[in-house]
Design a protein around this ligand. Structure first.
Ligand code: SF4
Length: 358
């Protein structure tokens, strides 16, 4: 590393810390606490999710589960219900499991070493470092999506950050730039800069505290760094959801614990082109009468797009005594409050809107 490069490394953290103190965010609810449980919760909720969407969920969650012990002892359904609408539900399942691990193995306390924290379900290296920094004032490098963008630009690192070789270079830089003191302001500064100034499109470089150190800015490469993910056409899938209605109630089915929407309550699914009447007869021994289909819901997953065809049907006859485990009948209001994924919530809203019209 030449002297000039050394200088830009040495100047990076002080510039970031000074900027964070003056221009960074200070009023976020999780910045008002050093409780590792609350910090952990915020870090998990903020993964893939905007701050404004997280705030009400964070507050509700802490009100209902104020401690690791209360979370650990809660039914999984209650945890998922509070997460409903926030997406990426494996985060909630891991949070719940990690709380149980802490009760069983750490006396209900949050561990304080990198190895112990990363051994908990759902906590990777960057999240662990953020918790250790914010809750305990320890030293650790973070590298979330926003920080990858900042470092790829500042250090001029090309290549898709999802590739392990590129990620390794970024981690190396993250460690290299880490200051010895001022870790909280520095870490928060990196997060704030990535979230507010060093935006994916049109970064506001004139307002940036590390503008003079930024290789991408100097070389006019901010639009091409970090390198985008190689484009892949996602497969398109279709499914039909059976919206069975009986005496003002709808039927939901609990999904298996892992996989898409694992452990959440959903409308029963069948092939997009299947005959819903025949499926109900065969699956439940029920006689149903179809109602007009609701509008198709398009839902995007990481690996494919899903078109959901909601098919309402009135139950005319349900075999007496048939109550399968994993099936539940709820009023629409109760269903909205259950642990359901977003498309099911959208379908319930469509049902309400239709009933208001008729
Ligand atoms: Fe991002 Fe621009 Fe700052 Fe570089 S100068 S870190 S591209 S905002």
């Amino acid at each position: 590393m030449n002297t000039r490069a050394d200088k830009s490394i040495a100047e990076f953290a002080p510039a970031m810390i000074a900027w964070q103190k003056k221009h960074g965010r200070h009023d976020l609810p999780w910045q008002q606490t050093r409780d590792p449980y609350a910090v952990w919760l915020s870090e998990i909720m903020l993964q893939q999710t905007q701050v404004t969407a997280v705030i009400p969920y964070y507050k509700r969650f802490l009100e209902r589960f104020p401690t690791i012990a209360t979370l650990a002892s809660a039914p999984a359904d209650d945890v998922l219900a509070l997460w409903s609408g926030l997406g990426y539900y494996s985060r909630a399942r891991n949070l719940h499991r990690a709380a149980q691990v802490m009760v069983a193995g750490h006396g209900g306390k949050f561990p304080q070493t990198m190895d112990e924290v990363t051994a908990l379900p759902g906590i990777g290296r960057s999240t662990a470092a953020a918790i250790l920094v914010f809750a305990f004032g320890k030293r650790g490098a973070i590298l979330d999506g926003n920080v990858k963008r900042v470092l790829a630009r500042v250090r001029g690192i090309a290549g898709y950050p999802g590739d392990s070789a590129v990620a390794a270079q970024l981690w190396e830089q993250a460690e290299l730039l880490l200051p010895k003191t001022g870790l909280r302001a520095y870490t928060q500064g990196l997060m704030d800069l990535g979230a507010t100034v060093c935006a994916r499109r049109n970064p506001r470089c004139t307002e940036c505290p590390v503008q003079t150190l930024c290789i991408a800015q100097k070389n006019g490469r901010t639009a091409e760094l970090p390198t985008r993910k190689p484009r892949k056409v996602l497969p398109q899938r279709r499914t039909q959801m059976l919206v069975l209605q009986r005496a003002g109630e709808v039927m939901l089915e609990k999904r298996p614990p892992s996989g898409i929407w694992g452990g959440l309550w959903c409308f029963p699914e069948t092939d997009a082109d299947a005959d819903a009447v025949a499926v109900c007869a065969q699956r439940y021994g029920a006689r149903v009468e179809l109602r007009e289909a609701l509008p198709v819901i398009a839902h995007g997953f990481t690996h494919y797009h899903l078109d959901i065809l909601p098919q309402p049907a009135l139950v005319k006859a349900w075999p007496p005594g048939v109550s399968e485990p994993g099936l539940i009948w709820l009023s629409v209001e109760e269903a909205v409050g259950a642990a359901i994924p977003t498309p099911v919530r959208d379908i319930l809203e469509q049902l309400v809107a239709r009933s208001r019209k008729s």
